[in-house]
Ligand binder design. Structure first.
Ligand code: PRP
Ligand code: URA
Length: 209
């Protein structure tokens, strides 16, 4: 079964509190999501392999560590996942970015895929699927299944806030996928919103409500 990692660094928790606050406006919301994504990228890449190379410092030749060149792919789920991409790319600038477009029907809560575009070598990449919200788990489940169908082999899921219901769906359907969160919340309300959550992430990021 995939592990759930709750990244409870104080800076992440502090910023998440303001992201949750309904009085936080679109500009500040977007900036905070960007900052938290960058901090989460720092944690999620903790196990990347490093190798050594010889460099010359102003003092002496020495062996020093560099990333071993593992290929990373970021896969935001549209729309809301887009809000986390730039923050992650600040730390992982060489990452390629693929996109999965999914929207959740407000009545049935079922996701529908409307867009899919990936780098050609997804089977060789460590993919990080990004979405601020893991609610019923339907959207992330579909996105991960689509990636696997197209050959993806190594996938992690990164979300700001998750409900236990969504975690269960991913762990059941994709036991090979580790999940990285800023917070694990209480559950879902009757409309499928995460409680306490942060509301509609896409609308708050893009000012569409
Ligand atoms: C939201 C969110 C997730 C999904 C989570 O997207 O960004 O993708 O809902 O819900 P689930 O776990 O129950 O599937 P939404 O469908 O509202 O689209 P948007 O990002 O375009 O606003
Ligand atoms: N999608 C959101 O944007 N927010 C939720 O709480 C659940 C799904």
């Amino acid at each position: 079964m995939g592990h759930v990692h709750v990244l409870d660094h104080p800076l992440i928790q502090h910023k998440l509190t303001y992201i949750r606050d309904k009085n936080t406006g679109t500009k500040e919301f977007r900036e905070l999501v960007d900052e938290v994504a960058m901090l989460m990228a720092f944690e999620i890449t903790r196990d990347l392999p490093v190798t050594e190379k010889t460099i010359e410092t102003p003092v002496i030749n020495t062996e020093a560590k560099v990333l071993a060149g593992k290929k990373i792919g970021l896969v935001p789920i549209l729309r809301a996942g887009l809000g986390m991409v730039d923050g992650m790319r600040k730390l992982i600038p060489a990452a390629r970015v693929g996109h999965v477009g999914l929207y959740r029907d407000p009545e049935t809560l079922q996701p529908t895929e409307y867009y899919f575009k990936m780098p050609s070598d997804i089977s060789e990449r460590e993919l990080i699927v990004i979405d601020p919200m893991l609610a019923t788990g339907g959207s992330a489940n579909d996105a991960i299944s689509s990636l696997k169908k197209r050959g993806a082999k190594h996938i992690r899921l990164m979300c700001l806030v998750a409900a236990p219901e969504g975690i269960e769906v991913i762990q059941e359907a994709h036991p090979d996928v580790d999940i990285y969160l800023a917070a694990l919340d209480e559950g879902l309300n009757e409309k499928g919103y995460i409680v306490p959550g942060l509301g509609d992430a896409g609308d708050r990021l893009f000012g569409t409500k």
